[in-house]
Design a protein around this ligand. Structure first.
Ligand code: FES
Length: 112
């Protein structure tokens, strides 16, 4: 049995401002994580779903980046305004928010 039904990782990595890869942590990632946590808490869902701060997820060009496991769904360029939709549709409903999913084959590999 799994510890959580879904685990939401929010990259909050911060690099030097001049770094060419950028930083999710400089693009509103903390606000995104806080909103995930606040919404899950207000709905009393924190024992089922978990939102956690992450270091770099190696998807920097799509930041701010959020990945949801075990679904392995990668979201890019999201804002705090997208959090409620992701929770309702994906985290609770099981249907990823397609318009926010990163469209890059490197994030849809089959390792089997
Ligand atoms: S800095 Fe966020 S994925 Fe690399």
């Amino acid at each position: 049995m799994a510890r959580f039904k879904r685990h939401i990782l929010i990259c909050e990595n911060i690099r030097d401002e001049a770094h060419p890869r950028g930083s999710c942590g400089r693009c509103g990632a903390e606000e995104i994580r806080q909103k995930f946590k606040a919404e899950l808490r207000s709905r009393k869902l924190t024992t089922v779903y978990r939102a956690s701060k992450s270091g770099c997820l190696d998807a920097c060009e799509y930041g701010p980046v959020v990945v949801v496991y075990p679904d392995d769904v990668w979201y890019g360029g999201i804002t705090a305004d997208d959090v409620t939709e992701i929770i309702n549709s994906h985290i609770i409903g099981g249907n990823p928010v397609e318009r926010l999913v990163i469209r890059d084959e490197r994030f849809h590999q089959d390792f089997e």
